[in-house]
Design a protein around this ligand. Structure first.
Ligand code: SAH
Length: 261
């Protein structure tokens, strides 16, 4: 696509401004608005009407790059009550759970809606059970912020305790991020369709052990637990090596398929 076919940044649009140190700032553009930073001010009017990928300068000649936010930016910057699942695990969860358009996906709890956003973005339908009303509201607003109101039509958040029997059934997939996933497994055995896939995200290995025990006692096959390590690299001149620091641990991903009992 040539540059003249791309839409220009418009007022009310959310963009990400990136400084020379790769720090990202989410900004909602408004006519007459100003972005203030340590390096000076950029007027929104300078940005509105320009193309994505443009660079803007402050009076002190500091440069900021303007881009449309990705799912990654959205998740890292979203207002959160509950701890979110990070992009490094979101990608693998979508593939391990084999999420696809129009699938019925059970999710619990919805937390801040980071995982919900990733699921809904594929075109899947999500039924989310959550026990905290404030988290449920925050998740819906984070989903709408990034995906727009259309996605809310495919996002049904219910105030329910997922450890109790399910009111819903006919799920193709189930994705769990709550403290005791093994308490949800018996209910999924009737609400998930046969051949359906369960993926659970758990920070602690004790949770994995309990979940794995419950899964191997039930009608589940292809059970596996994986850990995703993401190591960034420093690439500058002749210094080409892994970065000294990394996020060494987030959570374990356990996945399994429901079979005949
Ligand atoms: N995956 C989410 C974060 C989930 S945090 C994200 O990416 O944003 C865990 C959530 O599970 C919290 O919101 C908590 O309120 C909810 N929760 C804990 N126990 C629950 C239960 N028994 N039933 C439903 N939700 C529960």
């Amino acid at each position: 696509m040539s540059a003249d076919h791309q839409p220009e940044f418009a007022s009310e649009e959310r963009i990400v401004l990136i400084d020379s140190k790769q720090r990202r700032y989410l900004v909602t553009l408004e006519v007459g608005g100003e972005f203030h930073s340590h390096a000076g001010v950029i007027s929104h009017d300078q940005i509105i009407g320009s193309l994505e990928g443009s660079q803007y300068r402050t009076a002190s000649n500091a440069r900021f790059l303007g881009l449309r936010p990705t799912l990654n930016d959205h998740v890292l910057k979203m207002p959160r009550g509950a701890q979110v699942i990070y992009p490094k695990d979101l990608g693998p969860i979508l593939v391990l759970a084999d999420i696809a358009p129009n699938q019925q996906v059970f999710e619990s709890g919805v937390g801040s809606g980071a995982l919900s956003t990733a699921l809904l973005r594929t075109g899947a339908r999500v039924t989310g059970y959550e026990i905290r009303e404030d988290f449920a509201q925050n998740a819906k607003s984070n989903v709408e912020e990034f995906l727009g109101s259309e996605a809310l039509e495919r996002y049904n958040v219910k105030m329910r305790d997922a450890y109790e029997p399910h009111d819903d059934e006919g799920f193709d997939r189930a994705v769990l991020d709550l403290p005791e996933p093994w308490q949800v497994v018996p209910h999924l055995e009737s609400s998930l369709r046969r051949g359906g896939i369960l993926v659970a995200y758990n920070p602690s290995v004790i949770q994995v052990q309990n979940l794995r025990r419950r899964l191997s006692d039930g009608p589940w096959a292809m059970i596996e637990t994986v850990e995703v390590l993401n190591r960034t690299w420093h690439v500058e001149g002749n210094s080409v090596r892994p970065d000294h620091r990394m996020v060494a641990h987030t959570g374990f991903l356990t996945h399994a398929r429901l079979i005949e009992s």
